[in-house]
Design a protein around this ligand. Sequence first.
Ligand code: LIP
Length: 281
Amino acid sequence: MATHTHHDTGGSNAGDLADLERIACELAVQAGRLIVDERPRGLGVAATKSSDTDVVTVMDQRSEAFLHERLAELRPHDGLLGEEGAEQRGTSGITWVVDPIDGTVNYLYEIPAYAVSIAACIGEVPGGAWSTVAGAVYNPITGELFHARSGGGAFLRRGDHEESLSISTERELARSLTGTGFGYDAEWRGEQGAVVARLLPKVRDIRRIGSAALDLCFVGAGRLDVYYESGLNPWDQAAGQLVAIEAGGVVQGRGDDAPGKDLVVAGPAGLVADLKDVLQM
Ligand code: LIP
């Protein structure tokens, strides 16, 4: 079973990981402030990607440009992979995987459920096996900063207050608040809708928050009992995966596969197993 629990840290020591986590936190907050404070009036769609509902705003692009510039200054030998096209190979063994605004549709519609997600990863991302060693997810509207480093636990910081996170203690799928999300392709959404229709009578309820990064952090915080989604890119899930794991959860893919674009399931090990049984995945 390729379950992401605790990771190999690629030779990074605890001090290195703490520094990576600090950088992720600082830049997530700075980029989060940018997308709120400098949001133009009448913000529209700057471009579309996989479909005409898969939108990019000028603030996605500005946030990613900011993160690219700051990471090049702070960590010049690291790699970078960003949702909006930023990509460079590094020599340090660390690749920063960033989603400049996760939950872009929520951001466009001013629904307060979006985040900047920044993860320091090892391995071959996106082409091969990779894992996250430090990360941060910041919702600039709620001021909630979720962060973790491998082996260091998961935390939620709001202002001067910080608390450690633990996953749900729920053990019954029928009583589980279950998060999920859907892709941008109409035919694929039809298939995903059929899956969630099968699942709905078997769980407490479904929540479709619109940001995978927040969904995974909510699993870590126990705000969701369990979460699954198919079609996610590394930048949607890299930081949130580690928060869920360091809060005591497991993050798996289909069958014995590692989590990835095909499927991500996160939560307490027993609930993840039961959910995968129902999903037949
Ligand atoms: C979003 C994900 C969400 C998914 C949406 C979209 P984006 O990422 O975070 O979980 O359901 O379809 O992919 O596009 O806002 O960065």
